[in-house]
Design a protein around this ligand. Sequence first.
Ligand code: UGA
Length: 449
Amino acid sequence: MKISVIGCGYLGAVHAACMASLGHDVVGVDVDEGKIAALQSAAAPFYEPGLNELLADIQARGSGESATDGGHTGSLRFTTDLAQIAGARAHFVCVGTPQRRGENAADLRYVDAAFSSAAEHLAPGDLIIGKSTVPVGTARRLAEDLHRAHPDVRLVWNPEFLREGHAVTDTLHPDRLVYGIADDADRDATAAVLDEIYAAPLANGSARLITDYPTAELVKTAANSFLATKISFINAMAELCEASGADVTELADAIGLDDRIGRKFLNAGLGFGGGCLPKDIRAFMARAGELGADQALTFLREVDSINMRRRIRMVELAREVCDGSFLNKKIAVLGAAFKPESDDVRDSPALNVAAQIQLQGGNVVVTDPKALANAEHRFPDLTYEPDVDAALAGADAVLLLTEWKQFTGLDPEATGALVRARRILDGRNVLVPATWRAAGWTYRALGRP
Ligand code: UGA
């Protein structure tokens, strides 16, 4: 099928590449020339495992360099010219919905602009498919606007559940596909177009649910709110573990064995960051307020506070370990990305902690395998060091804040030979305390004795 993808950020670039790999003819559009130039040369403008390989593979197929399975191989091109979406039958809108400056609500200006400018190039029978995370009620409003000019174009809300770092696999093998469709006569025909697009994942067992618009929008925000709540729940338990001398990792293992609870997303530590969970729970609260249902989500305020408290606690713990002051101390911070296997530093807990320690007089050096360029852009006043050994050299304390394999696999003896004082703070509860303590380290963590 001919498909367009409007917005080629973390979501859109992956979606475009994955749809092409499923055999569709895809055009990806973005206003950012640098991004488009990078994607055209099969080099994603951000780090996402498997994406560059996928882009190169599709390019090679296009130039006939690799064998195909005999079916249509799909094609992929990127452009800044929105007019080139004309002729596609399905148009995915994948633009960002960041938090509004100084407010909790989502900023819908990119979604609104994408819909209104795309409208100029739509033809009767086209399907426009919203994938961005939006406040409930947005799809209905967009559909009303759209139908004034294009009564023959249908809108579907099809939220995306991919995780950064696993985006390609999550897009090709989603656990569920949700189609939010207007309650009208064309419901089956609309679903059939999406079924054709997603034929491969559906054949591989992805569940498919057809809902109305508001339910589809809520599935996304409810899922992210649940995940954030799960993380803050275990981090609240970590606070209790700290107060009582218990171990939150053992607690999580034990309660996680109850399959009604499950062990996933019960990793206590520095808490959640990134471009999704923090802003999505805030936007959800703001929207609930607009709908007169703010009481339903007051607990999310607590989820947010528990999460932010972990960052403050980490700084306190580091100061405690540094004998009460960061002055004239070198603090090696391992990790800048909000999570491993990503170069995304949006609302990164690691960088937040690093910046707080620097403000309190510490000589902070941050290292990360992929995220330093983005970190430097966002926090230009911090010191960055790509070489882990150099970052560790002479450190008075080591803070492991993003659990990259490079850091979780560090050897206590070899690391000990580099630092000035053997003090390590495990912000993600990923090290074995006994191993580090046996090598003479002061080991401290959040929620563990
Ligand atoms: C999240 C959701 O997991 C996706 O399903 C969703 O599609 C995406 O947001 C989105 O809305 O686009 P993502 O932000 O990529 O995905 O990352 P997660 O894997 O959810 O991690 C979020 C944060 O929670 C990270 O900072 C991570 O370190 C933290 N986390 C995660 C914990 O602190 N503990 C855990 O047990 C799990």
